[in-house]
Design a protein around this ligand. Structure first.
Ligand SMILES: [Mn+2]
Length: 416
């Protein structure tokens, strides 16, 4: 029996506010499902973050329904678990409930195991939706996993999860490979946007399908190395066999250059990233000496024109005197924050704490959608370092009369 394993499709995500990027993702999703149909899969599993938000654009829900109907018409079952992106707020339902034919697994309202009969055999599709990377939740997840194992026949089971596995991504708390049930044939993971597949000693294959597109600039490197797309998994033998399917994503390139060379570098990159029928995306990071007053942003936009999308980041640097080293001293954010915390920017603990602070800043600025509480928890581990630098909170003096006097002030102004 063949299945298609997709994850992190993030339907509805509109990168950099560009409508074309939202459509890119719909097209890739459609392409993936059509390829899976053509390969003759019996099931499609989508391991979380199927939608980019718990309330995605209506268009995302409509397209998901239309594309998956084609699978349904051929008797292909489609399963999903929730990731941290499509996990609804407490009192709402996830967007998956609006997609007919989709079988959502592993939430408090849905089953965690389903059975597919194929070639005289029973195959099990099991799934647990995302659990936040904190001890309490991870322990709950471990209990659910052992509960699921009493309901399935290991060697013919696919287990869907949307979690971090510590051996693959060390910075975030997560499951250990040892926590995964070593009886199942295939663990269909979502969460890491980089593709990875590993066979454990037991023969169990643990695989992240990765995102279907370059969702963030830091995924460009892994896209170049291992591509983006999904897996077709053959479960007919005792050990799962994984086939990698690549999708044709819009090219992106990270250009790190300097004030002295950016014109030449841009031209080279432009010809590699864009073709006549498709604009690529250039991320231009330019280091610029402090005293340079030119409008570099304008100049970059002029060179690129309509040939590509460009995102620009200027990093101001202090250039060393001719006597000193030839390298400019880069004022990177990490060193600045680290020196504010620990005094010495090379202090390892201070750098780690600084990295966490910058991460939290990215989340607050919506540059990253990770779980802020997990990072705050991590920051608290470095409390001794920064606690003295934080002023104590004073209670804001308020009184009932103050509040009543101020109420309606703004409104009154308009009613006069
Ligand atoms: Mn994701």
């Amino acid at each position: 029996m063949l299945i298609a394993h997709l994850a992190d499709t993030h339907l509805g995500f509109r990168q950099y506010g560009i409508e074309e990027r939202e459509i890119d993702i719909y097209s890739l999703f459609e392409e993936a499902v059509d390829l899976a149909i053509k390969e003759g899969v019996k099931a499609i599993v989508i391991s979380g973050d199927m939608f980019d938000k718990p309330r995605p654009p209506n268009r995302a829900i409509k397209i998901a329904g239309e594309v998956l109907r084609r699978a349904r018409e051929r008797g292909i079952r489609v399963y999903s678990v929730l990731g941290e992106h499509d996990l609804p707020k407490k009192y709402d339902l996830p967007p998956q409930v609006l997609v007919p034919y989709l079988r959502l697994l592993g939430t408090s309202r849905t089953p965690d195991v389903d059975v597919i009969h194929c070639g005289g055999k029973d195959y099990y599709i099991a799934g647990v939706s995302h659990h936040p990377p904190r001890m309490k939740y991870l322990n709950m997840l471990r209990r659910k996993l052992s509960d699921i194992m009493t309901k399935v026949e290991g060697r013919r089971t696919v287990l869907m999860l949307h979690q971090n596995v510590k051996q693959f991504f060390m910075i975030e708390e997560g499951l250990d490979l040892a926590d995964l049930p070593h009886e199942v044939a295939y663990v269909a993971m979502g969460h890491l946007h980089r593709r990875i597949a590993r066979k454990l000693e037991s023969g169990t294959v643990v695989a992240y399908a990765g995102s279907i597109d370059i969702m963030r600039a830091d995924e460009i490197e892994s896209w170049r190395e291992v591509g983006k797309g999904f897996y077709i998994v053959d479960l007919s033998t005792s050990e799962a066999v994984v086939h990698t399917i690549n999708l044709n994503v819009r090219p992106q390139v990270m250009l790190r250059t300097s004030y002295h060379r950016f014109r030449e570098d841009l031209k080279v990159v432009l010809s590699s990233v864009s073709s006549s029928d498709r604009k690529g995306i250039i991320h231009a990071w330019v280091t610029v000496p402090y005293n340079v007053k030119d409008d570099i942003v304008k100049e970059i936009r002029r060179i690129v024109g309509e040939k590509a999308y460009v995102r620009i980041r200027l990093e101001r640097v202090v250039e060393s005197s001719p006597k000193g080293g030839e390298e400019g001293v880069e004022l990177d954010a990490l060193s600045i924050v680290a020196s504010m915390i620990g005094g010495d920017p090379s202090n390892r603990a201070a750098r780690e704490a600084a990295a966490v602070i910058l991460k939290i800043k990215d989340i607050l600025a919506s540059d990253s959608e990770e779980d802020i509480e997990a990072w705050i928890e991590k920051l608290l581990q470095y409390k001794e370092l920064w606690i003295n630098k934080v002023g104590s909170l004073e209670i804001v003096p308020t009184s009932f009369t103050d509040l009543t006097r101020q109420r309606g002030k703004g409104l009154e102004r308009f009613m006069r």
